[in-house]
Design a protein around this ligand. Structure first.
Ligand SMILES: [Zn+2]
Length: 208
């Protein structure tokens, strides 16, 4: 299986949405729905990718704001999220006390469960619960690729100063679930450039 990864980023928050595609079947998923969904819709059309699901690393407004537009474009495909943040997408309730509602209620919602595999067409993702930035933060692993959301960035880690954040849980999760991965794995973050586990283990000032 050849996994192809491409990112689009919105201009306001520089939040990444990823198109993850199996080179043979063209089966694909979108990871996170940033505030400029038209960039992802154009990319999917250009690739002629068959988007089977939308996976959410967490449900902050800048990661779910484009959901309705993506579903309008791709049809009623499932949206997958950790169950502790499920209400954000099923009921359109905001994740944070600090921000307003981010999305309309969505019907076709599936759970991302720690330690289980989430399948979308030919693609299979391992789900790692990496909370702390938010309660339902997950990292999605496929092949040599990790999609870490706002848990781990190149040279930084996620904010944990929100009312439902937990700085200790964030560091514990990064240590147990991410730094335990092989050095060569590529890290695709919720914001900013890609990195590797090895580089972050050696140089990330928040992890030393
Ligand atoms: Zn974010």
């Amino acid at each position: 299986m050849t996994i192809r990864v491409e990112a689009t980023a919105d201009r306001q928050f520089r939040t990444n949405s990823y198109l993850v595609e199996d080179g043979e079947t063209r089966d694909a998923v979108v990871i996170d729905a940033n505030l400029e969904p038209e960039l992802m819709i154009d990319l999917v059309r250009k690739r002629n990718a068959n988007v089977r699901a939308i996976l959410l690393t967490h449900t902050d407004v800048d990661h779910v704001g484009g959901l309705s537009a993506l579903l309008d474009a791709f049809g009623p495909i499932p949206v997958a999220v950790h169950e502790t943040e499920r209400h954000v997408v099923t009921e359109g309730r905001p994740l944070r006390r600090e921000f307003g509602a981010a999305t309309h209620p969505i019907d076709n919602v599936e759970n991302l469960v720690e330690g289980e595999t989430f399948r979308a067409g030919a693609l299979a993702f391992e789900v790692l619960h990496t909370p702390g930035h938010s309660p339902g933060g997950v990292t999605l692993k496929i092949g040599d690729n990790l999609f870490t959301g706002d848990a781990l960035f190149a040279g930084s880690i996620g904010r944990s100063d929100f009312s439902n954040s937990n700085g200790k849980a964030l560091l514990d999760g990064i240590s147990a679930k991410l730094l335990s991965q092989p050095d060569e794995l590529t890290v695709y973050s919720g914001h900013g450039p890609a990195t590797t586990i090895g580089r972050e283990r050696k140089t990330n000032p928040f992890l030393t």
